[in-house]
Structures are given as structure tokens and as C-alpha cells.
Design a protein around this ligand. Structure first.
Ligand SMILES: O=C(CO)[C@H](O)[C@H](O)COP(=O)(O)O
Length: 336
């Protein structure tokens, strides 16, 4: 087997490498990936810098051209989906300001409505010089399909606002997250954000964690260490920890970071002190992140099936919010 030729060996880029040259085949194999990116300096040699793509030019597979977001008419949504949309719209309208240039996008089924609203007036007017940072594959696709500028947290370690879903939120805005196995990146983006805002439907609005989310606390672990962490969780009193298994895939769920997830149910006394529980689980060697977000959210927006949205703040304030501003577009089922 020949190793892949260096960029210079690509016959499309280097006229000297003819069809008979040893580099031709390997060069042709590379052509697809390089031709789009490479440009040439005046000497005719590829400019090495041109292989570094600007983040906004990154595209996933067939979605090379942004497809835009199809907005489902509001009346066609189920009451739960309407509630998610209203919560997302309200949070965007209240927290994303024109001066915000770096926005973190969470994961789950509520977050697409966040992106939908960000693509509508007046928010879309600020999008050309804004960067969007995903918390995983799903949100990356959302950003790319919407034609928004895609960045990453290593380029933007400080984020203006991150908006994300949650599996359950308690009275003090502590949250369980990781139902979609994205908790590691989600927590990095929540922590990097000046404002971290949760959006959810009313089923997530709870008093004590574990009351409505019965699946347990999602814990991301290094694959080789999963069994050791599993036993340590049992020793802590975790009830029936479960290695999360894939659907339509033999074996465990593998996160966007290549790790496994253990879901651990803990007693109510543990769940009433999520800061202590988080600390204890995180101290287990092999644990990479815990889906307990303690004291991180500034506000949470809960959509109710009757069309109202409740905003809860970390200081205990509760407020009904008008979430209907963006619905004019949503009601028409437009594409943005
Ligand atoms: O933490 C998450 C993914 O890891 C999600 O934000 C959480 O599961 C909520 O998802 P949804 O909006 O679908 O209820």
C-alpha cells in the first residue's frame, strides 16, 4: 500500500505529476478533498495556508449548501412542541442582543426552535458577524444547515450567551442534562458563557431533581474505565447504574467525544444536594463529566401547553413572558 501523496503530488494541483507518475493515483484520491480548498501561490505551488479552512466554510457531507430551516406552521405542532417553540422564542428574544457576537447552541429537541428564532427578524440582522458554537453533532448540523457562521469553543473560549435544553430543572435552577449524551460539551459551553439560559417545556419544571427524570444522572466515562466507575457508583449507593446502550447499534452509546455514558439513579437525599452529588461523582477516576448543572443557569424558560411561558430566575423571581413575537412567521410555515 502506497502512503497518500503529499499535497504537491496531486496531479490536479501539480502539472508535473502526470498520469504515469507514482504520485498520480494517490494524488487523484486526494483531489476530492483538496481541490475545493487548495489555491495556488504565484509560483504555481499550493499555498499551504489555503488548506486551513475558515470555520464558517465548514460543511457536513451533502449539506454543503445551507438548506435553510423549514418552519413548521405553529398550528401543525403538538401542544408539547408548541410549548418548546414558545419557550425557545421567549429566551432568544429576552437574552440575545445585537451586541452578542458568540452564541452557544445546545442539543435536544427544543434547541431547533432557538436556531429558528435566531434566523428570523430582528435577530438575523446580526448574524453575518456572529459566531455560533455547537454542543455536538446535532447542533453543528443545525448551525450549518441554517447557513450560520460555525465556530468552536477553542476559538471562542468566552461565549456571550448559551441557550440549551434540559431534562429536569429544580427550584434553584439546578438541572439534569445529558439525555442526548452531550453533557460534556454542553457543560463546557454553559461554563464558557456569560449568560447560560435553559429552554424547556413545562414537563421539565420540577422542585427536586429526580422527581420527573427517572432515567438517572448521565455520567460520561472513559470507555476503558466504565466497569470500574460502574462499581464505584454502586458503592456510593447508586441504584442500578446502567451503561447506556445504542438503539439500532450493537453495544453502548458512544458520545461525540468517543466516550460511554452511565445513567445512575440516586436516592432523593442525594438529589436534594446536587452540588455534593456532582462533586462525589466527578471525583471518581474515569468520570469525564456529570450531567448535573449546579448553579449555572441564570434563567430557565418553560413553555406551557396553554401557550404561556414561565421564566424562572436564579434569584427566585418568576415571570410570565410574552412569547408570541416570532409567531407571525412561524404561523405562515415559512422557510428562513
Ligand atoms: O441535555 C441534553 C442533551 O444531552 C438536552 O438538552 C436534554 O436532553 C433536553 O432535550 P429536549 O429538548 O429534547 O427535551
Amino acid at each position: 500500500m502506497q502512503p497518500l501523496a503529499p499535497l504537491e503530488g496531486n496531479p490536479k494541483l501539480n502539472p508535473k505529476a502526470g498520469p504515469g507518475s507514482s504520485n498520480a493515483a494517490a494524488g487523484a484520491a486526494q483531489a476530492g478533498s483538496n481541490a475545493r480548498r487548495a489555491s495556488h501561490s504565484s509560483s504555481g505551488r499550493p499555498d499551504p495556508l489555503s488548506t486551513i479552512t475558515h470555520a464558517s466554510a465548514s460543511r457536513i457531507g451533502p449539506g454543503v449548501i445551507p438548506t435553510g430551516l423549514r418552519i413548521t406552521p405553529h398550528d401543525d405542532l403538538t401542544p408539547e412542541e408548541k410549548a418548546k417553540r414558545l419557550a425557545a422564542y421567549a429566551a432568544v428574544d429576552e437574552h440575545v442582543k445585537p451586541q452578542h457576537k458568540v452564541i452557544g447552541i445546545g442539543s435536544g429537541s427544543t434547541v431547533p426552535y432557538v436556531v429558528e428564532r435566531l434566523c428570523q427578524p430582528p435577530h438575523n440582522n446580526s448574524n453575518s458577524d456572529r459566531w455560533y458554537i455547537p454542543t455536538g453533532f446535532q447542533s453543528k448540523e443545525l448551525i450549518v444547515k441554517a447557513g450560520l457562521n460555525l465556530g468552536d469553543v477553542d476559538q471562542f473560549p468566552t461565549i456571550d450567551v448559551t441557550i440549551d435544553g434540559a431534562d429536569e430543572v429544580d427550584d434553584e435552577l439546578n438541572a439534569i442534562k445529558g439525555g442526548g449524551a452531550c453533557q460534556l460539551r454542553e457543560k463546557v459551553l454553559a461554563e464558557a458563557a456569560t449568560h447560560f439560559i435553559i429552554v424547556a417545556d413545562s414537563r421539565k419544571d420540577s422542585k427536586v431533581l429526580g422527581h420527573t427524570w427517572k432515567q438517572g444522572v448521565p455520567i460520561e466515562v472513559a470507555p476503558f474505565a466504565w466497569a470500574k466507575v460502574f462499581v464505584n457508583l454502586q458503592k456510593m449507593g447508586c441504584e442500578n447504574p446502567a451503561l447506556r446502550m445504542g438503539k439500532m447499534k450493537a453495544g453502548p452509546v458512544v458520545t461525540d467525544n468517543g466516550n460511554f455514558v452511565i445513567d445512575g439513579v440516586f436516592s432523593e437525599s442525594y438529589m436534594r444536594d446536587p452540588a455534593e452529588l456532582l462533586h462525589r461523582i466527578k471525583m471518581l477516576t474515569g468520570v469525564l463529566e456529570v450531567g448535573l448543572f449546579v448553579g449555572m443557569a441564570e434563567a430557565a424558560y418553560f413553555g406551557y401547553p396553554d401557550g404561556t411561558v414561565l421564566a424562572r430566575w436564579q434569584d427566585g423571581r418568576r415571570q410570565k413572558v410574552d412569547a408570541t413575537k416570532g409567531l407571525e412567521i412561524a404561523e405562515q410555515g415559512k422557510k428562513v
